[in-house]
Each structure stands twice: as C-alpha cells, then as structure tokens.
Design a protein around this ligand. Structure first.
Ligand code: HEC
Ligand code: HEC
Ligand code: HEC
Ligand code: HEC
Ligand code: HEC
Ligand code: HEC
Ligand code: HEC
Length: 332
C-alpha cells in the first residue's frame, strides 16, 4: 500500500482535506517553494506547446518513415501513406530526456521518438526498440490503455484523477510538486492560520520524520520499490534495468540494511535537483558513517578519503543515451 494513501486514509477519519496547489505553500515556505519550483521534479511534465521543448522536435527519418513536427502534433509518412497524432504533453524535465505523449484519434499514444539531452538528438523512445513499424500509424508510437496512461500522469504530476477513459486532466498540477509528497494541504493551512501548532504537524505528511525505510518508500512510490517478500541481494543480476530504480538497489545495500539510518534524503535534498558531478559532496555523506574508527569499516583501506563513487557507486547505461547510478553501494 502506498505510504501517502495510508496517510490519506488516516486523515479521512476527520474531514477529507483538499489539494490547494504549490502556489498556496509559498506564503509560509518561500525557501522550499522557490527552490522546488526550479527543480527537475517540478519540470517532470509540461504541455508540449511549451516552445523551448517543442523546438527540439524538428524532423527525423527513422525505419523508412519521415517524422515532421509542429506545435500541435506530428505526421509520420512515406510514399502514399501518412498518419498524424497530436502531441499534448512532454514527460521528463530534459535532465535526461523528453518523451512526447498525445492522442491518435481518441486514444492516448506514447510517441516513438524522444529527445535525448546528453546526445542532443532525437532517437527511439525506451520500450520501442525492436518494434518495426509496418504502417504509418505504427511509426507514430504505441497506443496506451487508460490505466497505463493514468499511471504515467500519476508519477509525473502532483494531482491526477484516473478515469475509465484515461485521466481527468481538469484537476492536474503538472510536475512532482509539494502535495504529491506531503499530501493535500487545506487542513494544514487552516491549522496554521488558527495557530494550532499540534494540528499544523499532524495534518501534513513529513516523511523526514519517519524511520529510514518508510521514508524511502515514499520516494519509491515513483522510483519503484523492491518486492519486500523477496528482497534480492543482487537485484541488478536478476534484471539489469532495475538500476533505474534507485530504492531497489539502495535497499539491497549493507549500508542501508545494517545502519537502518540511510535514506534517499541522506544524499538528496528533496526540494532540489541533483548535485550533478559533485563527487566531493557525496563523499562527505559516505564519510559521515565511514570516516572514523571504530565505524562500519572505518576508512577504506584501498581508496582512503578520495572520491568513493567510481569504486562503490558506479555509473551505468542500461538503455541507449540514458545514464543511471548504481545505488547498490558495494565493492565492485
Ligand atoms: C499559513 C502558513 C502556512 C501555509 C500556507 C503552509 N504551511 Fe506548512 N507549515 C506552517 C507552519 C507554521 C509549520 C510549522 C513550523 C515550520 O516548520 O515552519 C509548517 C510546517 C510544515 C511542514 C513540516 C511539518 C512537520 O511537522 O514536520 C511541512 C511538510 C509543510 N509545512 C508543508 C506545507 C505544504 C506542502 C504547504 C502547501 C500545501 C504548506 N505547508 C502551507 C505554515 C504554513
Ligand atoms: C510522484 C513521483 C515521484 C516521487 C514521489 C518522487 N520522485 Fe523523484 N523523480 C520523479 C520523476 C518523474 C523524476 C524525473 C524528473 C526528470 O524528468 O528529470 C524524478 C527525479 C528525481 C531525481 C533526479 C533529479 C535530477 O536533478 O535529475 C532525484 C535525485 C529524485 N527524483 C529523488 C527523489 C527523492 C529523494 C524522493 C523522495 C523524497 C523522490 N524523488 C520522490 C518522480 C518522483
Ligand atoms: C511508477 C512511476 C512512473 C511511471 C508509471 C512512469 N514514470 Fe516516467 N519516470 C519516473 C521516475 C521516477 C523517473 C526518473 C528516474 C528514471 O529516469 O527512472 C522517470 C523519468 C522519465 C523520463 C525522463 C527520462 C528518464 O528515463 O530519466 C521520461 C521521458 C518519462 N519518465 C516518461 C514516462 C512516460 C511516457 C510514462 C508512461 C508511458 C512514464 N514515464 C511512466 C516514474 C514513472
Ligand atoms: C519529492 C518529494 C517532495 C516534494 C515534491 C516536496 N517535498 Fe517538502 N519535504 C520532502 C521530504 C522528504 C522532507 C523531509 C526532509 C528531511 O527531513 O530531510 C520535506 C520537508 C519539508 C518541510 C519541512 C522543513 C524542511 O525543509 O525539512 C517543508 C516546510 C516542506 N517540505 C515544504 C514543501 C513545499 C512547500 C513543497 C513544494 C514547493 C515541497 N515541500 C515539495 C519531500 C518533498
Ligand atoms: C548511514 C550510514 C552509512 C552511509 C551514509 C554509508 N554507509 Fe556504507 N555502510 C554502512 C554500514 C553500517 C555498512 C555495513 C558494515 C558491516 O557490514 O558491518 C556499510 C557497508 C559498506 C560497504 C561494504 C559493502 C558490502 O557489501 O560489504 C561499502 C563498500 C560501503 N559501505 C561504502 C559506502 C559508500 C561509498 C558510501 C557513500 C556513497 C556509503 N557507504 C555510505 C553505513 C553507511
Ligand atoms: C549514499 C548517497 C546516495 C543515496 C543514499 C541515494 N542516492 Fe541517488 N544518487 C547518488 C549519486 C552519487 C548520484 C549521481 C550523481 C551524479 O550524477 O553526479 C545519484 C543519482 C540519483 C538519481 C539520478 C539518476 C541516476 O540514477 O543517476 C536519482 C533519480 C536518484 N539518485 C534517486 C535516489 C533515490 C530515490 C534514493 C533513495 C532510494 C537515492 N537516490 C539515494 C547518491 C545517493
Ligand atoms: C580505488 C577504488 C576505491 C576507492 C576510491 C574507495 N574504495 Fe572502498 N574499497 C575498495 C576495494 C577494492 C575494497 C575491498 C577491499 C578489500 O576487500 O580488501 C573496498 C572496501 C571498502 C569498504 C569495506 C571495508 C571492509 O573492511 O570490508 C568500505 C566500507 C569502503 N571501501 C568505503 C569506502 C569509502 C567511504 C570511500 C570514499 C571515501 C572508498 N571506499 C573509496 C576500493 C575503493
């Protein structure tokens, strides 16, 4: 069961609180609001028409089809054959990639072509490899059933409502924003205005106050969690793509299992983007537990106090153009 769902169920015992949107938090939490609004979480979903993104989609020839783009959609064609889909939403902040999603007729479709930032080029969307398009419609992408598309929006936005035909976008707050991690804010804000200090705290979820594993599970609602019934000691051997799912690796680490203190927020500020290529920062977090004797392992006999990451937390490319960090901390 998702931790935020459990939290919502507990709240519902009183009066059901409602979502108020990230803008409603700014007044009292200007620091978090300012930083979070600039983060890749906040940018994880945007309307396609946002020109800075749409401009990356120019044209490409792939598997014998020519893809041409405009701000509202794309056409795939070859001699005597053409098909068109709308492009309505861009998934991904662009830290790694953008994937466009829109509609083919009335049905949701994930476009076959994505933009990859590191390579600065358009190429096949993950999951579309090995599918050879027969018709122009195939070349546009893959039709997604309503539950699948609802899950995409649920992980890339703060508020969505699943509907039989897909998702109700009238209530959506695009991007991973405040209330996706903290739960709906109306009761919390009312309590703050009434200066009811106790209710201020109990009306909002702060996973930083939970034990480490429960905190990791909140991030794992989207970054995925291992099957707790069969926690594998070597998840990456079972499925190399599981390196994308940081909680799966981290929870298989001795650092996590033995310390019982390690969580995602030990190394990541939940309100900011990644500290890319800042090895010194991450090494300080390792040394927080490993730097002093008698600590777990004390100082590394092989690496001393240098950058720990290349030897213990390597970088992996499980799919073309994408790079992930192996979160199962270990001797490689
Ligand atoms: C009218 C002022 C006000 C507004 C608006 C407000 N908060 Fe708060 N919030 C507070 C106060 C006061 C506290 C307790 C002291 C502190 O941590 O700053 C608090 C604490 C928190 C905490 C920590 C709770 C704990 O006990 O650990 C979180 C998380 C939080 N707020 C999230 C939010 C979110 C998300 C929103 C927007 C939906 C929001 N707040 C809107 C006043 C407000
Ligand atoms: C609602 C789903 C969701 C939840 C909950 C969530 N994330 Fe994310 N996270 C995402 C998505 C989607 C991205 C990809 C954003 C992008 O496209 O760059 C992401 C990206 C990240 C990144 C990379 C950011 C960058 O600068 O490239 C980090 C680090 C991260 N999340 C940490 C966390 C932590 C820590 C938590 C828990 C406190 C958490 N996430 C909870 C969905 C989520
Ligand atoms: C269970 C939650 C979840 C679902 C469902 C989901 N995503 Fe994501 N998505 C994430 C997280 C977490 C990240 C960031 C970490 C990563 O890249 O794996 C991400 C990253 C991305 C990225 C950035 C590239 C990348 O791999 O980092 C794109 C593009 C994307 N998702 C598109 C989609 C599309 C399109 C769908 C639906 C077909 C979808 N996602 C469904 C959680 C989800
Ligand atoms: C990806 C999940 C996530 C999102 C999105 C998010 N938070 Fe948080 N927030 C956390 C976590 C986790 C903590 C606990 C941090 C800790 O204790 O290390 C936290 C802590 C807080 C606190 C307590 C004080 C502090 O900074 O530790 C406040 C206030 C807060 N968040 C407000 C906000 C507001 C306002 C937004 C939107 C602008 C927001 N959060 C978005 C996960 C999130
Ligand atoms: C919250 C404390 C904590 C942090 C932070 C931490 N570790 Fe650990 N680590 C531990 C504990 C506890 C063990 C288990 C020691 C034992 O087996 O007795 C461990 C074990 C290890 C091992 C041996 C793993 C194995 O499978 O035998 C390595 C290597 C390691 N840590 C490296 C790192 C690196 C590199 C970082 C930073 C990226 C890091 N640790 C961060 C607590 C931590
Ligand atoms: C011991 C430190 C540490 C912990 C704990 C940790 N991370 Fe990371 N994480 C890193 C490092 C280092 C990177 C790579 C930074 C870079 O690219 O320069 C990273 C990168 C990421 C990325 C970007 C994609 C990737 O895999 O490179 C995401 C998303 C992410 N972490 C999510 C999480 C989540 C979710 C958790 C909790 C399950 C977590 N991290 C726990 C150190 C940590
Ligand atoms: C040049 C590669 C390298 C670097 C850099 C490095 N290590 Fe290691 N580390 C190793 C190797 C190899 C082992 C296994 C040593 C052995 O079995 O004798 C190891 C073992 C460990 C262990 C397990 C110790 C034990 O007694 O089993 C820990 C903990 C550890 N390293 C932590 C760190 C930390 C923290 C950093 C960064 C400050 C770091 N290492 C930097 C290569 C490295």
């Amino acid at each position: 069961m998702r931790p935020t769902i459990l939290f919502l169920a507990a709240l519902a015992a009183n009066a059901a609180p409602t979502y108020t949107g990230a803008a409603s938090c700014t007044e009292c939490h200007p620091g978090q609001a300012q930083r979070q609004s600039q983060s890749n979480h906040a940018g994880a979903l945007r309307p396609f028409a946002d020109s800075t993104l749409a401009n990356r989609f120019t044209s490409i020839s792939e598997s014998g089809f020519r893809h041409v783009y405009d701000k509202a959609g794309t056409t795939a064609s070859r001699t005597q054959e053409a098909a068109r889909m709308t492009l309505e939403w861009t998934f991904g902040s662009g830290a790694q990639a953008y994937t466009a999603v829109g509609r083919y007729g009335a049905r949701w479709m994930e476009h076959r072509i994505s933009y990859y930032t590191a390579a600065a080029r358009l190429s096949l969307t993950p999951g579309h490899f090995g599918r050879n398009p027969v018709t122009a419609a195939d070349a546009l992408g893959i039709v997604q059933d309503p539950p699948t598309i609802a899950r995409c929006f649920s992980c890339h936005s703060a508020r969505t409502k699943a509907m039989p035909q897909g998702v109700d976008l009238s209530v959506i707050e695009p991007g991973v924003r405040c209330e996706r991690c903290h739960g709906p804010g109306s009761d919390h804000i009312a309590a703050a205005r009434a200066r009811d200090a106790k209710r201020v705290s109990t009306s909002i979820l702060n996973s930083g106050r939970l034990p480490a594993q429960a905190g990791v599970m909140v991030c794992g609602e989207c970054h995925r969690t291992p099957d707790l019934a069969r926690l594998l000691p070597t998840p990456e051997l079972d499925d190399p793509l599981s390196v994308r799912f940081q909680p799966v690796g981290l929870m298989a680490s001795r650092c996590f299992q033995v310390s019982k203190k390690l969580s995602c927020t030990t190394c990541h500020d939940p309100h900011e983007s990644l500290r890319r290529s800042d090895a010194a920062f991450y090494t300080v977090q390792c040394l927080g537990c490993h730097g002093t004797a008698p600590g777990p392992g004390a100082e590394c006999k092989r690496g001393g106090r240098q950058n720990c990451l290349p030897c213990h937390m390597g970088s992996v490319t499980p799919a073309p153009h994408l790079r992930f960090t192996d979160h199962r901390i270990r001797v490689n």
